[in-house]
Ligand binder design. Sequence first.
Ligand code: TGC
Ligand code: FAD
Length: 388
Amino acid sequence: MSSKLDPIDLYDLRSELSEDEVMVKDTVGRYVDDKVIPLMREAFERHAFPRHLIGEVAELGLLGSSIEGYDCAGLNSVSYGLICQELERGDSGLRSFVSVQSSLVMYPIHAYGSEEQKQRWLPAMARGEAIGCFGLTEPQGGSDPGNMKTHAKRDGDDWILNGSKMWITNATIADAAVVWAKTDEGIKGFIVEKDMPGFETQEIENKFSLRASVTGALFFNNVRIPEANVLPGVSSLKGPLSCLTQARYGISWGVIGAAQACLNEVLEYTQDRILFGRPLANTQTIQLRMAEMARQITTAQLLSLRLGRIKDRGQLSPTQVSLAKWNNCRAALDIARDARDILGGAGISAEYVPIRHMLNLESVITYEGTETVHQLIVGKELTGVNAF
Ligand code: TGC
Ligand code: FAD
């Protein structure tokens, strides 16, 4: 018989990680246990993102961690995944902040920006001194960003930007928004700075999900943008969609952390909960449900680790990312919902983590491409037919 397995790492993925990757995982894991988990329940209840965490995650090198140079850590993709996993074990809101800053703002500036733009924004963003947001989704439908109405027209050396974006993480706390807009020359990325005249933001209140994350709308009314703030390296939908590939990859790892937190909670709770004269953990159906959670977590871990290794070899296909984002979000949401139920009435209390993770995961399964969008991406790969 082997020695006891780790319930949230049944296949010992830890032994597949390099020394550096283990160090990243353990460092971020300790940080989340000590500094994040103790305050997330209250942050969620207050509907407030704990902004002091920005400096702390920056200090740990977690912002733009995959970028080489520009004061960034230059870690590999598996390390970025592990960062997302550990952060989301705390709360999806903090992982969202890091995903957006790293994959949706710093990534496009690094991949498509001018050297001047990189020098200006990347070191400041890595230090958490400048915060970014990513404006792609519009009120008329986020799944179909090609139908965007936001547009920009050349005016001398500048551009004039008009339109609006909806459901934008970090909207009201961002110093700069990477905004995607239609132009006569294709879809371009604009770095819109917070004090540019005609640019306004508005927070979305009363969310029942991702309450410890800032979400808002962006409004552009004849905002004058200098050419120096246009990303020169891309002029098509491929620009924003390639950013989504980076963020979706991180999310596939992140949701594993949320699922692990839920499994840990029910493992502990069902040992102590005595019903019909025995611990709840001793009943067959409860064991079956927890075994199912472990099966789903293990499958998700294997998918994401494999994906990370493929990504680090530079051979990643967006369809592979879609499969993992779909599978892992669905698994995590099902686990969180079932964990909530295993806790009975206590499961609706924020004293236990499943309901918070469950509510967060309702957003995570929707943003960065809904489940249906990812299923149709895989369907298109299999059949060659675009069924959107
Ligand atoms: P389609 O014709 O398929 O593609 C246009 C061009 O883009 C290329 N491409 C990609 N490139 C890189 N990565 C990807 N994932 C790509 N997907 C497509 C494609 O090859 C093509 O290139 P080219 O050279 O031929 O022009 O475009 P479509 O308009 O038919 O759209 C396809 C569809 C539906 C898959 C796409 O629109 C989509 O993914 N929709 C979902 C939108 C979405 O996920 N939005 C997320 C917004 S950001 C967000 O939610 C942040 S939450 C963050 C947080 O808080 O953590
Ligand atoms: P819709 O596109 O209107 O979809 C509605 C329903 O229709 C879904 O169930 C969908 O699966 C289904 N559907 C769509 N197309 C088809 C089809 N062809 N066939 C069958 N069914 C279909 N966006 C950003 O740009 N930046 C951000 O930072 C950001 N942060 C977010 C944070 C939060 C908390 C949330 C909730 C969203 C965020 N989003 C962000 C937006 C997010 O990406 C969109 O909500 C998402 O892409 C879905 O778009 P939608 O909400 O307009 O839904």
